[in-house]
Design a protein around this ligand. Structure first.
Ligand SMILES: Cc1cc2nc3c(=O)[nH]c(=O)nc-3n(C[C@H](O)[C@H](O)[C@H](O)COP(=O)(O)OP(=O)(O)OC[C@H]3O[C@@H](n4cnc5c(N)ncnc54)[C@H](O)[C@@H]3O)c2cc1C
Length: 382
């Protein structure tokens, strides 16, 4: 007889670990299934750290979710006795009419977030690791910072296990099928049944739900850590995390943490859509050159020897907003694709939303932006 659970969470990465925890916290008997190790370096959540920020140029309606995400990250920290969220302030900079600066400012004004508007010269004076063009504009929001993303996964899993959750690593889900109002899940080690299935498979979402393939497209990214000539300028107390829009593209960066280098990446790196099972996880001179050229121009005191490079996967939706919804045909299945390169900071609150959707079929959080039917013309039957 297959083992029976209230809920199965398929994929225990950033989002899945939070969903397992939130379901366990509400007394549900939950099974988390992860195909690799916990944590691992083949998905979307590795590379030590992720930016968290309240100012949100992607859309102002993310801000209320972010407030709750901050609360839940702090609760998790208190629960596991570990510092996971480090505040450095965040800079969103670029041309005055660019998406990063203008969008970030709009979100601050709309949601009454504390912030300062600075020009490039002022940013460079105040944070001497930066060398922004004089005529750039920047929003400095004091609550921005970074999360230790791999530690957060461990923390969510440990906290969930303490509440009775069952988590299996190195067990790949091969398929699922509806079974009455519930589901049956087959893995390479066994068969399980549950009332609900929460799919948090990251870059593999389209493998398990073929209709999601055009809506959740994996893309190879590369992160780089460079050793600064003046490391003191790149420490968390003097170097806010940044999103920066420049002629060369849109980049992000974080201060020195855990690796002896400051960290940078370029959104949509080489624009390489990939199959997650075949993606090139090696890093090459061409990958490094893109990051180094950017650092030499805008962070010249940071552009020393390369300390580390990592390949990682984005999973992009067509409008770069998340998918958080019930599967239309089988509402006992909850779908989550909260990435498009900016999802990590939301894991804590996404876990809460997914637990709401699994238990009640709805949530008090405003997830109107993330509904599947906005892509009605893209998707076939799910
Ligand atoms: C380079 C890079 C930089 C980023 N920077 C930021 C940032 O600064 N700030 C930010 O907020 N966001 C950032 N993001 C986005 C953020 O990291 C992602 O939104 C987040 O990691 C997605 O988490 P996830 O749980 O969906 O994916 P994952 O953490 O990859 O989890 C999915 C899990 O499902 C498992 N799985 C899949 N299929 C199966 C199966 N069949 N059986 C069992 N298990 C399965 C996978 O192995 C994986 O562990 C960045 C992403 C990348 C790649």
């Amino acid at each position: 007889m297959p083992q029976h659970f209230d809920a199965i969470v398929l994929g225990v990465g950033g989002m899945g670990s939070a969903a397992v925890y939130q379901l366990a916290r509400r007394g549900r008997r939950v099974l988390g299934l992860e195909q690799f190790d916990i944590p691992h370096a083949l998905g979307s959540s590795h590379g030590i750290s992720r930016i968290i920020r309240l100012a949100y140029y992607e859309h102002p309606s993310y801000v209320p979710l972010l407030r709750r995400a901050y609360e839940l990250w702090r609760e998790l920290e208190a629960g596991v006795g570990e510092r996971l969220l480090h505040v450095t302030g965040s800079i969103d900079a670029g041309p005055a009419d660019g998406r990063c600066f203008a969008g970030s400012l709009e979100s601050c004004l709309l949601h009454d977030l504390p912030h300062e508007v600075l020009d490039g010269k002022h940013v460079n004076r105040r944070f001497p690791g930066y060398r922004l063009p004089d005529d750039h504009h920047a929003v400095l929001q004091p609550e921005g910072g970074y999360l230790l993303s791999e530690r957060c996964i461990v923390a969510h899993v440990v906290a969930a296990q303490a509440l009775g959750a069952v988590v299996h690593a190195r067990e790949r889900v091969l398929g699922w099928e509806p079974r009455g109002d519930g589901v049956r899940v087959e893995t390479d080690r066994g068969t399980y049944e549950a009332e609900r299935l929460v799919v948090t498979a990251g870059a593999w979402a389209g493998t398990l739900l073929p209709a999601l393939r055009p809506l959740a497209v994996p893309e190879r990214q590369v992160l780089g850590w460079l050793q600064p000539a003046r490391p003191e300028l790149f420490m968390p107390d003097r170097f806010p995390v940044f999103n920066l829009e420049v002629d060369e593209g849109r980049y992000y960066g974080l201060p020195i943490a855990e690796v002896p280098g400051f960290k940078i990446g370029r959104y949509h790196h080489l624009e390489e859509a990939v199959d997650p099972d075949r993606a090139d996880r090696d890093c090459h001179p061409r990958d490094e050159a893109i990051l180094r050229e950017f650092a030499e121009k805008y962070f010249p005191d940071g552009a020393g020897p390369t300390m580390a490079l990592r390949a990682c996967l984005f999973t992009n939706t067509p409008d770069e907003h998340f998918i958080l919804d019930l599967q239309p045909e089988y509402p006992q299945v909850v779908l989550a694709s909260p990435c498009s390169g900016h999802g990590y900071k939301f894991c804590s609150v996404v876990g809460e939303i997914l637990a709401d959707l699994a238990i009640a079929g709805e949530t008090d959080h405003d997830i109107g932006l993330f509904r599947l039917d906005r892509f009605a013309s893209h998707a076939g039957p799910l």
